[in-house]
Design a binder for this molecule. Structure first.
Ligand code: CP
Length: 360
């Protein structure tokens, strides 16, 4: 598709000042009537809310097991419409949100490339999003630029039709709904071993540019006595902003490049791939860093309850033989994404009480 004009650059007075504030200082802006409105940062989630969402997701998945339950769910939100604006590639986030919407009866529209929207004619992203708000009740975005969802929510909240925005991944910055699905997965995997408090969790791979591990690290402020192990080559170490955040909340973390040495200690291993879509140069392209892969031989080195997670897609980080081991949680994890996203949408549209009532 021909690009007829470069995207129009629009000046929004006050945006740069707002964007430069600390996240903690701007959380209220994304709330409405004491509830979450836009879902932009993992820092927006508190323990009580995470526990509620996990309960709600459990209930939705139980209801969805029967025809009668599915019908009740589909009757919750048939009057609402959602826009999935996914202009950075995605399989799981897109499909799990789309199916979460279908479970709750919402109608879904989608744009998956700026090449098929009027952005090829030079329309700005801000006008594009404002146009979506004319038609739908919720916008879910996946975008290659850090801060994109935040800016769209900031722009819309100053219009006469502020519809909620959910950040489905914004560049190497944040992926807050991945973080809540990771929490939901860990919470389920740890149900028989005392829950999510007091656990040792290893994050492995490209920690510098992996938005999933960044967002999950933020959520650790909600849990007690956990220790994080950041396992990466030197070039992909976790950035200082996350380490400063963990220090602020007294969450211990250990950095190492010796993956095998920590395997017997941890309760969960969160694998990630090299995020070379964000490469600044060719140096990291060819290297696959096999010493940061989970291999079949490692199954005998980890604890019987150790959960192996991966946000997926994977390349070579986990041998496919590992898939058959009950500790491999990553296929369950991607399915958890659909249920917890359905729970989040139910909360945004205030129908969670109707779901809870089915179980009272
Ligand atoms: N985990 C995740 O965000 O996967 P997708 O890129 O396939 O959506």
């Amino acid at each position: 598709m021909e690009q007829y004009a470069e995207p129009t650059q629009q000046e929004f007075e006050g945006w740069e000042e707002f964007y430069s504030q600390l996240v903690d200082e701007k959380l209220d802006f994304f709330q409405s009537e004491g509830r979450l409105f836009d879902i932009i940062f993992a820092q927006q989630f508190e323990r009580g809310f995470l526990d509620l969402l996990c309960n709600l997701a459990d209930m939705i998945r139980v209801l969805a097991e029967t025809g009668m339950g599915q019908k009740k769910l589909r009757n919750l939100l048939p009057h609402k419409r959602v826009m999935l604006y996914f202009v950075q590639p995605s399989t799981r986030t897109f499909l799990s949100f789309q199916n979460a919407c279908h479970i709750l009866g919402l109608n879904v529209s989608e744009i998956r490339s700026t090449q098929t929207s009027s952005e090829v004619k030079g329309e700005s992203p801000e006008d594009t999003i404002r146009t979506f708000a004319s038609y739908v009740n919720l916008i879910i975005s996946r975008h290659p630029e850090a801060g994109f969802a935040e800016k769209m929510a900031w722009v819309l909240n100053q219009t006469e039709r502020p519809v909620p925005v959910i950040n489905g991944g914004s560049g190497p910055d944040q992926h807050p709904t991945q973080a809540i699905l990771d929490i939901y997965t860990l919470e389920r995997e740890f149900r028989n071993v005392g829950g999510l408090d007091g656990k040792k969790i290893a994050m492995v791979g490209d920690l510098r540019r992996g938005r999933t591990v960044r967002s999950l690290s933020y959520l650790m402020k909600n849990y007690k006595d956990n220790t994080l192990y950041f396992v990466s080559p030197d070039v992909f170490k976790m950035k200082d902003d996350i380490k400063n955040f963990l220090n602020k909340y007294n969450i211990p973390f250990i950095e190492t490049d010796d993956f095998e040495s920590i395997m017997p200690e941890v309760d969960a291993i969160y694998m990630t791939r090299i995020q070379n879509e964000y490469s600044e140069g060719p140096s990291s392209e060819a290297e696959t860093y096999p010493e940061f892969h989970f291999k079949t031989k490692h199954l005998s080195m980890i604890q019987p309850h150790c959960a192996i997670l991966h946000p997926l897609p994977r390349r070579y980080e986990i041998d496919v033989v590992v898939d058959k081991d009950p500790r491999a949680a990553y296929w369950r994890q991607e399915r958890c994404g659909m249920w917890i996203r359905a729970a989040l949408i139910a909360h945004i549209f205030r129908v969670e009480e109707e779901i809870f009532r089915e179980f009272s």
